[in-house]
Design a protein around this ligand. Structure first.
Ligand code: ZN
Length: 141
């Protein structure tokens, strides 16, 4: 964390998502999981969007997956990112079967350096005392 105030929008967790953000602060990725249909789902809710069951729980994710798709941003959509362009956003398919939106980090923001299906793992960026953001970096297959 730098000494400068964080200049970007921060999460505003719903009651259902509080546990996700508390885990992220500990640098752990947790997902909602349905015991009725035996599947993880995203985003956190107190019922399963796949089968409607309320027999759900939290399970820790391994934080590993693959890039489904990505975009390299050359213009910031918010002034908070002005100093970071170009940067990469991506949809990540986690091994647990859910697709989440995040950033790709520790990789050149160059289409030659990034490919769909690239294996990735979660890393956490501590942006404020309250929030750590899950992001993903490439790993060797
Ligand atoms: Zn279900």
């Amino acid at each position: 964390m730098s000494d400068q105030p964080y200049a970007r929008p921060l999460p505003d967790p719903s009651p259902e998502a509080k546990r996700f953000w508390e885990a992220a602060k500990r640098h752990e990725l947790w997902l909602s999981y349905c015991r009725s249909c035996d599947r993880a789902y995203w985003y956190p809710r107190d019922f399963c969007p796949l089968c409607g069951s309320r027999d759900v729980e939290w399970r820790r994710s391994e934080g590993k997956g693959h890039v489904y798709t990505f975009a390299i941003h050359y213009r910031a959509f918010h002034p908070g990112w002005n100093d970071d362009v170009p940067y990469v956003t991506a949809l990540i398919d986690l091994d647990e079967g859910v697709r989440i939106f995040s950033n790709l980090v520790e990789v050149e923001p160059d289409p030659k350096a990034i490919r769909c299906d690239m294996p990735v793992e979660v890393v956490f960026e501590d942006v404020t005392p309250e929030f750590s953001l899950p992001k993903f970096r490439p790993v060797q297959p």
